[in-house]
Design a protein around this ligand. Structure first.
Ligand code: NAD
Length: 426
């Protein structure tokens, strides 16, 4: 880390595409990888921009824009979620597709990285409008996706139901039932048992190993979670089941805090109510600023929302022993350097949230075989893959006296490079 000397940069670069390029350069330098290899890795292979019309409930037609980025397919078809969010940009989608390549490689899933996004705020739309946006986007990207090409999945503000509609649109266009085109589907359409909880469950397996590394018990460990959606909310439940005390959670509206531990059932109930919000929880208090959650005195901090939340501005305030990145790209390189110097163990996104893509891979394998596994089998295989990957990364980090993120990148870059060499690309 010290060679990066990034803290001296006065202006922090928050462009995720440039951040991932910095991360690749840093790990590539430690590995001694050739510039030719790094040049390939630092750009996606293909980025598709689409615009498509959607009929709205009031009879008007609205044009939506979106992207699909495919980073590198040396090891297998590209794979990665689709997000619906008003702040989706091409650079964000490119960066997310690159993180997916490294994520798949670090946990030994035979895929390259892909990612997609539609610029929209789904909260503004009816269910019917969301269905038409989902189908419209799939139709627009159908030429470049497919079970052997590029396989989308859920991400921020997209759901199993949305995956179901997209699978249906693709299957109709191709004239054949094609469950393997997308993962994170409802069970009845070939979804995998355990997929909904997989990102959170995988993150819990990584946290358990990290706590063992620090010689700390899970029982009684305090946890703050930013983001209370698929990843954050399920993580709260799973960690609470391990005896952890969830003291703070936040969503896009506010952060709530109760040092004695939140009543999760009550908070979840409020989150599900159309007319209520987590800030109505009578047993906790609302933090002055939602981002204050990040600086709470806790054992485990889990960013589970969006990118660039731990930055040069607030990294010094982080007091947790472990930062488990359920979200993609929550920590900037400058903040990473500060956390490393403070001795905080950061479980990097490409490892910590890889449970989602691992079980998406299992889902795809089951779809191709048309033979389905029990939840125990899925969770057992997930645990095995997460625990093994954590220890590979941790061992390499110790050898090179570096942080887990750099070690994770080193492992993935080595694997992708070997595949590119074997294919004769370099
Ligand atoms: P989600 O849509 O289910 O939930 C997102 C949550 O973040 C919501 O609770 C929302 O209120 C909250 N949020 C939005 N803006 C916020 C803000 N400014 N501050 C605090 N909270 C905010 O999405 P998700 O699937 O849980 O994804 C969350 C993160 O996890 C993303 O970075 C995503 O890329 C990553 N991830 C998800 C999966 C998956 O399988 N779902 C897999 C790997 C990584």
């Amino acid at each position: 880390m010290s060679e990066m000397n990034l803290i001296s940069n006065e202006q922090e670069n928050l462009n995720p595409y440039e951040i991932v390029q910095t991360q690749i350069d840093h790990a590539g330098e430690l590995l001694g990888v050739s510039k030719d290899v790094l040049d390939i890795l630092k750009k996606p292979k293909r980025v598709l921009y689409v615009s498509f019309p959607v009929k709205m409930d009031d009879g008007s037609t609205r044009v939506f824009e979106g992207y699909r980025s495919q980073h590198n397919d040396a090891i297998g078809p590209t794979k990665g979620g689709i997000r619906f969010h008003p702040e989706v940009t091409m650079d964000e989608v490119k960066a997310l597709s690159m993180w997916m390549s490294f994520k798949c490689c670090v946990v030994n899933v035979p895929y390259g990285g892909g990612k997609g996004g539609v610029i929209c705020d789904p909260h503004e739309f009816s269910e019917g409008e969301i269905e038409r946006i989902s189908r419209g986007f799939m139709e627009a990207i159908a030429d470049i996706v497919g079970p052997e090409r590029d396989i989308p999945a859920p991400d921020v503000y997209t759901t199993p139901q949305i995956m179901g509609w997209m699978m249906d649109t693709f299957s109709r266009m191709k004239g054949q039932f094609s469950p393997g085109v997308i993962t994170g589907k409802p069970l009845i359409l070939g979804g995998s048992k355990g997929r909904n909880e997989a990102t959170a469950r995988g993150c819990v397996f990584a946290i358990e190993e990290a706590m063992k590394t620090l010689n700390k018990p899970m029982e009684g460990a305090t946890v703050a979670i930013q983001g209370f959606g698929n990843a954050g909310r399920i993580l709260a439940d799973l960690l609470a089941a391990q005896g952890c005390k969830i003291v703070a959670v936040s969503d896009s509206t506010c952060a709530i805090y109760q040092p004695e531990g939140l009543n999760l059932r009550q908070v979840e109930h409020l989150k599900d109510e159309e007319t209520a919000s987590i800030q109505d929880d009578p047993d906790s208090h609302v933090l002055d600023r939602p981002e204050d959650l990040l600086g709470l005195e806790v054992d485990i901090l889990v960013p589970a929302a969006l990118e660039n939340v731990i930055t040069l501005k607030n990294a010094n305030n982080i007091k947790a022993n472990i930062v488990a990145e359920a979200a993609n790209g929550p920590t900037t390189p400058q903040a990473d350097e500060i956390l490393f110097k403070k001795g905080i163990l950061v479980l990097p996104d490409i490892l910590a949230n890889a449970g989602g893509v691992i079980v998406s891979y299992f889902e795809w394998v089951q779809n191709l075989m048309n033979y389905y596994w029990s939840e125990e089998e899925v969770n057992g295989k997930l645990r095995e893959q997460m625990v093994r990957s954590y220890h590979e990364v941790h061992t390499l980090a110790k050898q090179h006296q570096t942080d887990l993120r750099t070690a994770a990148y080193m492992i993935s870059i080595q694997r992708i490079t070997a595949a590119m060499e074997a294919r004769g690309w370099v």
